[in-house]
Each structure stands twice: as C-alpha cells, then as structure tokens.
Design a protein around this ligand. Sequence first.
Ligand code: ATP
Ligand code: MG
Length: 160
Amino acid sequence: MARIAIYPGSFDPPTNGHVAIIQRGLNLFDRLVVAVANNPQKTPLFTVEERKAFIAEAVGNDPRVEVDSFDGLMVEYARRRGIHTVLRGLRAVSDFEYEFQLANMNKKLLPEFESVFVMTGEDYFYVTSRLVREVATFGGDVRGLVPPNVAEGLQRKLKK
Ligand SMILES: Nc1ncnc2c1ncn2[C@@H]1O[C@H](COP(=O)(O)OP(=O)(O)OP(=O)(O)O)[C@@H](O)[C@H]1O
Ligand SMILES: [Mg+2]
C-alpha cells in the first residue's frame, strides 16, 4: 500500500524551507498532498491558486506531489481524503510549542491521526514566509531563500 501524507500550510509564499521539507518527505512517503490552507481570517499576499502554482512548479511538477487546497479544519480535509498522516517541518524552539499543541489537538479530533516532523537543516532554519514577505516588501533580496518562480512572483506583485 502506498504511503501518503498531507503537508499542510499557508505557503504565502512557498520558501526553499518548504521545498526542502517536501523533498525530504518524499524520502519517507511514496506520495505527498501539499495542501494550501485557505484561511478567510487572513489576507494573504498571494491567492490560493497562485500559491498552488508556485508549489507545483517549484517541485518540477513531480507526479508524486499533488497540490491541493482546503478550507476549515485540516483533520476534516484529511478524513475526507482518507489520509491519516501529516508531515510538518520544525524550525527552532519557537515552532515546537505550536506544533506540539496542534499535533495533540489533531489527535484529539481524529484519534488515528499521526504527525511526522522533519527538522530543518542549517540552510533554512531561519526562513519563514512572513519574514520573506517583509524583506521583499522593503526591497530586500530574497533570491536563494525562495524558489526562482516565487522570487519573480514577489517582484511582480510588489512592483504594483
Ligand atoms: N524553513 C523551514 N524549515 C522547516 N520547516 C518549515 C520551514 N518553513 C515552514 N516550515 C514548516 O512548514 C509548515 C507550513 O508552514 P507555513 O506555511 O505556516 O510557513 P511559515 O513559514 O511558518 O509561514 P508564516 O511565516 O506565514 O507563518 C509548518 O510545519 C512549518 O513549521
Ligand atoms: Mg508559520
């Protein structure tokens, strides 16, 4: 049976940190469903469709990677898809507390649910979407921190 995991996130925008987690996730799982959260409470920089396109392109349209989006609870999405494993990345201590809460809450909501964590390497441990948005907004160079298509997308979006 194929091993499949969901890798959920905002991906606003996807960074090289996200891409590294996807690549490493593919060493653990046969397939990944990268699921872009559509959170109506947040005003994103990029639309869900833009974020999905960035991810698909950044992984070279790898057939093992499905890119989708979801509204509402991630466990409901997982239940609907029949996938009970979630992949998450861990950066510093700051990620731990939130991820620990989330993993336990998800297990409470869906007992068969398991969270698998991949720890980021030294290259991208400081890279967050929020920081990338801030740096790019003030004209800083984010090449090397995000895939080339995202760097172009940021330039296009922020020139307006
Ligand atoms: N550089 C990175 N290294 C390892 N894991 C990461 C990295 N960036 C994000 N992740 C992980 O990917 C998942 C989805 O993250 P998310 O889309 O919220 O990105 P983010 O960078 O935290 O965005 P934001 O700054 O908007 O909160 C989370 O598990 C997060 O910890
Ligand atoms: Mg975050």
